[in-house]
Design a protein around this ligand. Sequence first.
Ligand code: 2YH
Length: 268
Amino acid sequence: MTRLFTDQISHIPETIDEYNQELKDKTGCGLVGLANHALGTEYETAFLAQKRAAVVPVTVGEGIIQGFSKSVAAILEYMGFEILVTNSSDVKGIKEAYQKKADILLMADDDEFIALNLEENKYVDNNWATARAYVNALELMVGGLKDRTVVVQGLGPIGREAVRALIEKEARIKVYDVDEQKMIKLTEEVESVEAVKNPEQELKHNKLILEATPVDNTIQEDYIDQKTYISAPGVPLGVCKTAISSIEDRLIHDPLQLGVSLMAAGVL
Ligand code: 2YH
């Protein structure tokens, strides 16, 4: 997850219902349903309403992103959680979350974004959750991934987690990263993964794409046809702007929503 900008997330609180509806149209599941599918749980909004989730603003490093805590809280509230954004930041904020009897806590600095369960010795990392959420969203969109070929583009922390999640789904996996060393390392670690030399050819030929790069314009208009499905946790979106209208109905992409919902459900 690259550092987010306020203008990439400020719309989240006002558009969360619309977002959830679009997710349902594409995958058959809203945020809670998708988290349940990914985790094998059966959480309902009424159960989540008994759980208090605290979001603690963090000032270290590059500091607060205006709208970040509010957007994370809006996602949790939409799922059903009782929410609070702590008045204090950092360590004092963590203390406040305990004092206010939060069950779970979410906080992010420039490198890490975690959900903690304050009662149990348990945490969920955003990379793990985001990768699982996007692989499961792709699975639901296409009706199963077993023996299907998925091209994972971008082998940063989310791309690598996505490979693990795709192995669990028994998909066939091809990977591409501009850094050849990352591909070599991964294929040495995981024998069944195939490194791709010509991404353009592979992306045109293979119809299921997990786009996890932190750059735009990795997927051009002529890579896409009616059978293409793209699950894209990478921010900014890699699909070039002129191609979006032709893939919109078969594209999963957001800056926070899927990852945060799976973090919160996963840490319970
Ligand atoms: O966007 C980020 C990081 N890139 C997360 C990295 C996770 N692998 N962090 C958000 C920082 C939020 C800020 N500290 C705040 O407003 O609390």
